[in-house]
Design a protein around this ligand. Sequence first.
Ligand SMILES: *[C@@H]1O[C@H](CO)[C@@H](O)[C@H](O)[C@H]1NC(C)=O
Ligand SMILES: *[C@@H]1O[C@H](CO)[C@@H](O)[C@H](O)[C@H]1NC(C)=O
Ligand SMILES: *[C@@H]1O[C@H](CO)[C@@H](O)[C@H](O)[C@H]1NC(C)=O
Ligand SMILES: *[C@@H]1O[C@H](CO)[C@@H](O)[C@H](O)[C@H]1NC(C)=O
Ligand SMILES: *[C@@H]1O[C@H](CO)[C@@H](O)[C@H](O)[C@H]1NC(C)=O
Length: 341
Amino acid sequence: SPQYGEDCRSKTYPPSGPTFRGHVPTYVINLDLPPSKRWDKLMHDKKTELKTVVENIKDIANTFFPSGKVVDIVDHKIAHLTSTLPYPFSEELQGIANKLQMGGSFKCCAVFCRWDVKNNSWIITRELKPIVVNLDFQRNNKTVFKSTNFAGYIGMVSGVKPDKFTLTMNERFSLDGGYIGMFEWFLGRRDGMWMGFLTRTVLENATSYQDAKDKLSKTRLLAPAYFILGGKNSGEGCVITRSRTATLDIWDLDIKKGTWYVVETNYDRWKPPLVLDNRRTPAMKCLNQTQQENISLPTIYDVLSTKPVLNKLTVCTTLMEVYNGHTETYLRECPDPCSPW
Ligand SMILES: *[C@@H]1O[C@H](CO)[C@@H](O)[C@H](O)[C@H]1NC(C)=O
Ligand SMILES: *[C@@H]1O[C@H](CO)[C@@H](O)[C@H](O)[C@H]1NC(C)=O
Ligand SMILES: *[C@@H]1O[C@H](CO)[C@@H](O)[C@H](O)[C@H]1NC(C)=O
Ligand SMILES: *[C@@H]1O[C@H](CO)[C@@H](O)[C@H](O)[C@H]1NC(C)=O
Ligand SMILES: *[C@@H]1O[C@H](CO)[C@@H](O)[C@H](O)[C@H]1NC(C)=O
């Protein structure tokens, strides 16, 4: 097996040792500021690291399309399409691009970095670590939601709305994949939503677990996705499997039936995971061993520290608790032997 599995880890928390690489800084994003100003402080601090990432993505594009045409198109033609994004995303991207003085290519990369190619992800993984940040989005000096994110990415991958819900988005690969949705978007059909923008909108403006669940189930998307949602009442926890236009499945917690956890590792739950990328079985095995009564942030960290759940693509581990919106983020390493994904 290329996956270098191991026995379920225990007592890995508090994080230390070779799989722990460091902590992550926190920035306040003030939603009372105009969108173009919100990211100034963060961009000022992370400018150099972010430019490295953008240059690298350009290099990757040039490796695959050596004429340089793709990067040119991105720089000059496609980037202006970001101005068609809805408020506040277009304004926020404009503000960031101005701050970085990078113009089009930044805006385009910011939208596309979620679709990076796996081979090169190793470089990307290394370079992404310095731009991982915790964000505390505030209105009236009060936390609206918190998120762990890459500096420069204005969509959200995961976050918590205190005492309401936690939310994570995972990529979902399928034949009717993101490409069709993205082509449609380029060709002018703009009613599908970039997934990270939906996550951000839900974290910012959904008022309850149920409201979040409805919005995540019903909004038309540009690409398929999984949304992993947790609430604070018994039974509030689910994985929503989405195609671009429909909800294919909602997997709810159901204590009576023994479903005390749900696990998502980028595969549909009704299908076996790819043989070469089976992180689901190890994760479930370790959760089964832990048992419901022992679940805590430290034991969840144990599960997420067990190879190949932890692998060379792992940038960071985020623990989120809906009560008080408590979050912890740790940068990770996966020393050899370790699965490449
Ligand atoms: C990844 O790409 C680089 C060149 O960009 C190549 O040297 C390397 O062999 C590739 N690795 C795999 C596993 O395909
Ligand atoms: C937020 O706090 C700062 C400093 O404590 C204060 O100057 C500012 O007026 C406050 N803003 C709001 C909207 O309450
Ligand atoms: C959330 O709602 C407010 C008020 O309607 C709006 O100004 C803001 O742009 C919305 N946020 C997002 C991310 O859509
Ligand atoms: C974990 O436990 C569930 C429920 O008992 C069972 O269906 C599943 O097969 C177990 N998975 C593993 C990998 O042990
Ligand atoms: C889990 O909880 C059970 C019952 O409370 C206890 O006997 C067991 O030792 C715990 N296991 C671990 C790994 O902490």
